[in-house]
Each structure stands twice: as structure tokens, then as C-alpha cells.
Design a protein around this ligand. Structure first.
Ligand code: 13P
Length: 250
């Protein structure tokens, strides 16, 4: 069912990098990428969008931002609009990452506004959902991810098939504690069913898994029927590891 779409492997650098480190990383990545079977993107800190835009030009690596303003333009000191991201060649933008929800108080409503702004600017939002350990242990996983996805499913004037969804269990992020392929697939199946109820194009939507994905566990995760790619944090900062994950996505 989901076999016709290309997988997407996106690296989320988070707040890491420097001019020198970025150049070395992107050059190593491009040098090691031979006709990848999947789409590849890197989500870089905003300040480095222009640098990385130039570095990836002409390669198969696409550019992503890690966040976008919920506002279109105007007096919002410190914020960056979707149009500005577009100006610098961003193809994707992460929206509602758990670190934004947790440290910046982003609500489902804000996540929906940001999703809308990205779509309006012609950027594909990668909407992140996922439960905390406490929520999982309380048996709330389904309720939480369905609530988070429901917030973006009817974005005005756009079809949900224009977004990418990333399931990132908060307890698996940066902890080395990956969801098992079965655990991840179970949640992905729930999300797919929810998407199918909202859109006839649900099987076109890419559902990424994120949370301690690495070179050793990627193949098994990516072999699950409803896992269409990965959102990779720590392992995307090391070119050999990221390349191995990309090679596992076919
Ligand atoms: P890690 O791969 O470092 O666990 O991070 C996952 C993540 O949050 C990607 O957005």
C-alpha cells in the first residue's frame, strides 16, 4: 500500500553546528550519497540556512528549517516567517517538535497555525507528535497522538496529504531508548487510520519515526509497513551514521 512513495530521511541538527562543522558535515554527506533511494533533508539552525542552502545546491540533499513563526509578518521580534524560510530555499520545516512544545509552550493550536503558515508559503511541514513517558505509562499514547494530529488535520484550504507527520515518542528522544519496531508500527498504524478517515490520500502521506534512530536500528524500523522514513537527531550529526540510515531506507 505504501510502497509507491519514496521514504524521507530528515536530519534534525537541533542547536548544533558552526560554519566549519556544517561545511565538513554537508560535504561528507554529499560525497557519500550515491543516488539515494529515498529523499534526504537536513533541518539546520536558522542562522545557517543560507550557508547550507549554498552547500547543498545541485545535490540531492534538501533544506529544512526547525521552526517557523505562527504569524505572517510584522512586529514579532525574534521570529522568522514561512516566506523568509522559502526565500532561503527551505523545502520542509519541522513544526511542533516536542522540544518546542515542552520548552516554548507550543500548544496544538499554535502548531496548527504554524502548519498553515508553512503550507501557505509552499513549504512542507513535518508535524511532530508523540507522547511523554508518563503519558505512555498511563496508557494515554493513542489519545495524545490522535489529539495532536487532529489539530492539523483540517488546516484551512489544504489537504492533509500535503504534510509529513513524524511520530517521536518523547521518551525515546536523545535517550538511546528507541521504540521497538513493533511499538512504533503500532502508533503509526493508529495515525494512518486517523489520516485515512480524513483523506482518501492517506497512504500517500509520509509517516516518519524519530527517537534514537541510528545506524544499527534504522533498517528494522524502516521495514515496518507504516514507517515511511526517519527524523534523526544525534545520528544526523555524524555523516557515516546518517549515510547508513539513508542506505537503509529503500
Ligand atoms: P535523537 O535521534 O537524538 O533521539 O533525536 C530525535 C529527534 O528529536 C529528531 O527530531
Amino acid at each position: 500500500m505504501s510502497s509507491s512513495k519514496k521514504k524521507l530521511i530528515a536530519g534534525n541538527w537541533k542547536m548544533n553546528g558552526s560554519l566549519a562543522a556544517n561545511e565538513a558535515l554537508v560535504k561528507a554527506l554529499i560525497a557519500g550519497l550515491q543516488d539515494p533511494a529515498c529523499d534526504v533533508a537536513v533541518a539546520v539552525p536558522l542562522l545557517y540556512l543560507a550557508q547550507v542552502q549554498a552547500l547543498v545546491a545541485g545535490s540531492s540533499v534538501e533544506l529544512a528549517a526547525q521552526d517557523v513563526s505562527a504569524h505572517e509578518a510584522g512586529a514579532y521580534t525574534g521570529e522568522v516567517s514561512a516566506a523568509m524560510l522559502k526565500d532561503f530555499g527551505a523545502r520542509y520545516v519541522l513544526v511542533g517538535h516536542s522540544e518546542r512544545r515542552q520548552y516554548h509552550g507550543e500548544t496544538d493550536a499554535v502548531v496548527a497555525e504554524k502548519t498553515q503558515r508553512a503550507l501557505a508559503a509552499g513549504i512542507t511541514p513535518i508535524v511532530c507528535v508523540g507522547e511523554t513517558l508518563q503519558e505512555r505509562e498511563a496508557g494515554q499514547t493513542e489519545v495524545v497522538v490522535k489529539r495532536q494530529l487532529a489539530a492539523v488535520i483540517h488546516v484551512n484550504g489544504h489537504c492533509i496529504s500535503e504534510v509529513v507527520v513524524a511520530y517521536e515518542p518523547v521518551w525515546a528522544i536523545g535517550t538511546g531508548r528507541t521504540a521497538s519496531p513493533e511499538q512504533a508500527q503500532a502508533v503509526h498504524a493508529v495515525l494512518r487510520a486517523q489520516l485515512a478517515a480524513a483523506s482518501e490520500h492517506a497512504d500517500r502521506i509520509r509517516l516518519l519515526y524519530g527517537g534514537s534512530m541510528n545506524a544499527a536500528n534504522a533498517a528494522q524500523l524502516l521495514a515496518q509497513p507504516d514507517i515511511d522514513g526517519g527524523l534523526v537527531g544525534g545520528a544526523s550529526l555524524k555523516a557515516p551514521d546518517f549515510l547508513q540510515i539513508i542506505a537503509a531506507a529503500r
